[in-house]
Design a protein around this ligand. Sequence first.
Ligand SMILES: *[C@@H]1O[C@H](CO)[C@@H](O)[C@H](O)[C@H]1NC(C)=O
Ligand SMILES: *[C@@H]1O[C@H](CO)[C@@H](O)[C@H](O)[C@H]1NC(C)=O
Ligand SMILES: *[C@@H]1O[C@H](CO)[C@@H](O)[C@H](O)[C@H]1NC(C)=O
Ligand SMILES: *[C@@H]1O[C@H](CO)[C@@H](O)[C@H](O)[C@H]1NC(C)=O
Ligand SMILES: *[C@@H]1O[C@H](CO)[C@@H](O)[C@H](O)[C@H]1NC(C)=O
Length: 404
Amino acid sequence: MEGETVPASRRAASKATRIALGVFVAGTVALGTILFWVISQGLIKFHPKQQYCLTAECIEAAAAVLSKINQSVDPCDNFYRFACDGWIYNNPIPEDMSNYGVYPWLRHNVDLKLKALLEKPISKRQDSEAVQKAKILYASCMNENKIEKADVKPLLSILRHSPFRWPVLESNIGPEGLWSERRFSLVQTLATLRGQYSNSVFIRLYVAADDKVSNRYILKLDQASLSLSSREDYLENTTEAKSYRDTFLQFMVDTAVLLGANASRAESDMKSVLKLEVKIAEIMIPYENRTSEVMYNKMNISELSAMIPQFDWLGYIKKVIDTKLYPELKDIGPSENVIVRVPQYFKDLFRILENERKKSPHFCLNSFRGVFPCGQQESLVSGTFISSKQFYCLLQIHSPLSLV
Ligand SMILES: *[C@@H]1O[C@H](CO)[C@@H](O)[C@H](O)[C@H]1NC(C)=O
Ligand SMILES: *[C@@H]1O[C@H](CO)[C@@H](O)[C@H](O)[C@H]1NC(C)=O
Ligand SMILES: *[C@@H]1O[C@H](CO)[C@@H](O)[C@H](O)[C@H]1NC(C)=O
Ligand SMILES: *[C@@H]1O[C@H](CO)[C@@H](O)[C@H](O)[C@H]1NC(C)=O
Ligand SMILES: *[C@@H]1O[C@H](CO)[C@@H](O)[C@H](O)[C@H]1NC(C)=O
């Protein structure tokens, strides 16, 4: 029985195989024919060669990269020279700058565009209020005739306001300009400088995205910059750094005397101002220690006040915020969160200020930056800052623009 069934099933299997083979061959031939037809009709294209982007933008971008590299240097040999030779050759550091790179280059190009925009006449219909204000600010800053004519008068009137009285001037700008220790308030002075003149002295308070909750804005507190451009200018003993300090001191003395101070008093007061700035430079957190992890210290104002009780943080923040403009911020309180970027700097800062205050009650208003709320010193100090008037006026507009 077994002998008969096996050949029968074998026959059936070989028949099925032949049918399958037939179907396969016929299918392949049909598919091949269709494919041949499709290709011959041009419905599908093969691209044997790689495609290159040849739009104007691509060519410009490629040229920009090529102009920065040096193809005769082997990247495995010296990657820095391979990547940067061309840029370094084509972009020598400008005479009036201490460093240069792609960002300053970009900034300069944005400045040129900004200048062209700001010099366009105001259009009450098209320009937003903020743009109109920026144009007015730029035009008033460029109005040299009027500035020459006004001379120091606007500055003197600021110096007679209570938060800005300057001890070194004594009563030389009139009895109403006389500084009084009893009426002096550090919180009030720093807050007025920050709030009304956008000038950060000792403390930099600003609003930015919370680093760890990036869809929320939060108050941040950081160290402010000093009068000279870098911390090293105060701390190093190179001939260059020393000459910056000497020039800065002379500039402060000259300015105080021009405003009416007694020369010998100005000399000694301004020396102590410079000493104070050196002390602050010592405690500033250097660039290499400013990592985002270390600077993320989130706490509420009440915790901040417990950590650094020498300063009325809540009072300061409330004074800086313009509640007429933002009435909803009126009831900001001790539970408000802030990011304290440099806790150690603040601890050291108030220790220094406390000591100075004991030594000389004039400590704060002698701080030179406080006297030039509009940042005028930057166009004059230390040579490296000197640039065209236009650049200076643009500088005045950059910081408010970023808030618009
Ligand atoms: C590129 O490298 C070669 C070989 O080192 C060198 O001679 C040449 O000056 C370099 N070019 C630039 C623009 O630096
Ligand atoms: C610079 O000189 C001063 C005074 O002589 C000294 O106290 C200071 O340590 C020096 N600084 C450096 C970085 O050498
Ligand atoms: C400046 O003050 C000193 C000491 O108080 C005094 O001797 C000197 O005469 C004053 N100079 C001027 C120009 O008033
Ligand atoms: C900067 O960081 C280094 C290494 O963590 C530390 O030794 C140094 O004291 C820090 N300097 C300041 C000024 O915080
Ligand atoms: C500030 O934060 C601490 C710790 O989270 C909390 O105990 C305290 O109640 C907070 N203070 C206020 C005024 O919200």
